[in-house]
Write a protein that binds this ligand. Structure first.
Ligand code: NAG
Ligand code: NAG
Ligand code: NAG
Ligand code: NAG
Ligand code: NAG
Ligand code: NAG
Length: 317
């Protein structure tokens, strides 16, 4: 039942990616963290919630679970039942620059499944640890909601993990802006809660006539999300963290290229024009359905699938 898999991350840094529910019990994102110093291990959870409206979700989290946030079993059950929410657990090193990769298949299949179930064409992510959570951020938008603005797959997010004397205080998205993809009114600019994110257009994320195409192919790396983490504030000994400031100095595409070395591929897409989001989303869905059949469901060998959101207890029989 329990298995542990490792993912080598960029720049010789190692991000330990724990994906099975039972491992997540050893690395429990709902346990209260001890005060940290640089280099400590630090576990966070990412809840992947398809089919939601980020603003509504933020309101719902505050209304339904104001004190313990995502670590509320009843609230989790609601997210699972209503949205088929999933969780990925990551073991970070405090104050190292790390990139958490959310592979394209982990976004596209739940996304199209959500719309097949009558939900919105969106995928959101919420970072959490114990009673602290980020606001939801879109990983994908296939709708024409004017509040969100753009459509496509978000390729780069930056999470600031803020501490005060070693105690976790906030999980906040840092604004990478849409300066690299045509500005805030661009059709590739996803307006998040408080921050903007560049997206990759749908047309670049289908097999589009390529033969022997698989969503695990490298070409789809630019449709995956690189979630960059930086630490700010101070540790247990009042020493200031440095990686948060490093994240803030970079822009969306330099962060993406840290991980994917796909900068030019991504840059070539930024001026793609959506004339009709609905029809492009429909092509994307058709392509995903074909892929899903070929892949025989959701369990291709090298795909890093998040497990269904279950936290207390993770390994209940
Ligand atoms: C998403 O939620 C916000 C806040 O409740 C609301 O203002 C907005 O209209 C919603 N978007 C859609 C498309 O329903
Ligand atoms: C947990 O969530 C449920 C349902 O969303 C809510 O009724 C309950 O008050 C929450 N518990 C806490 C401690 O926030
Ligand atoms: C797809 O939706 C069905 C129906 O809600 C659900 O049972 C299934 O687990 C979903 N699959 C994924 C991968 O989200
Ligand atoms: C937005 O999408 C919906 C559903 O596809 C469609 O009915 C509606 O006309 C679209 N609105 C605009 C302004 O394009
Ligand atoms: C993305 O789409 C554009 C326009 O269709 C194309 O020129 C570009 O080569 C595509 N990039 C990738 C990586 O497929
Ligand atoms: C398709 O991909 C598989 C797996 O990579 C490979 O073994 C096979 O030879 C490929 N077929 C063609 C026609 O390229």
């Amino acid at each position: 039942m329990c298995s542990l898999r490792r993912l080598d991350a960029l720049l010789g840094l190692l991000a330990l990616l724990l994906l099975a529910g039972c491992d997540a019990m050893m690395f429990d994102p709902c346990s209260p963290p001890a005060p940290v110093v640089r280099g400590d291990s630090f576990v966070i959870g990412l809840a992947l919630i398809p089919g939601g409206n980020a603003s509504d979700l933020a309101i719902t989290i505050n209304a339904e679970s104001p004190t313990i946030g995502l670590c509320n079993q009843t609230f989790q059950n609601y997210l699972i039942t209503k949205f088929n929410a999933q969780i990925a657990v990551f073991n970070l090193r405090v104050d190292r620059l790390q990139v958490l990769r959310i592979p394209y298949p982990d976004v596209i299949f739940p996304l199209v499944n959500a719309t097949a179930n009558g939900l919105r064409p969106t995928m959101t992510v919420v970072a959490f640890r114990n009673n602290i959570n980020s606001v939801p951020a879109y990983l994908a938008n296939g709708g024409n909601d004017t509040a969100i603005g753009g459509a496509g797959f978000v390729v780069s997010l930056a999470l600031l993990i803020r501490f005060e004397t070693g105690v976790l205080r906030f999980l906040q998205w840092f604004d990478l802006t849409c300066n690299d993809c045509g500005g805030s009114t661009s059709q590739l600019c996803i307006r998040q809660i408080g921050v903007n994110s560049c997206a990759t257009p749908f047309t670049n994320c289908t097999c589009g006539g390529r033969s022997n195409c698989s969503y695990t192919d490298e070409v789809f790396d630019s449709c995956s999300t690189a979630l960059n983490t930086g630490f700010s504030g101070t540790d247990l000994n009042s020493a200031a963290f440095r990686t948060g400031a490093q994240i803030q100095r970079l822009n969306a595409f330099s962060l993406v290229s840290l991980y994917y070395t796909a900068k030019s591929a991504v840059l070539s897409q930024y001026n793609a024009i959506y004339t009709n989001i609905a029809s492009q989303y429909a092509s994307l869905t058709a392509d995903a359905n074909a892929q899903q059949t070929e892949a025989d469901g959701f369990n291709t060998a090298d795909r890093l699938a998040p497990v269904v959101l279950r936290v207390t207890p993770m390994c209940k029989v």
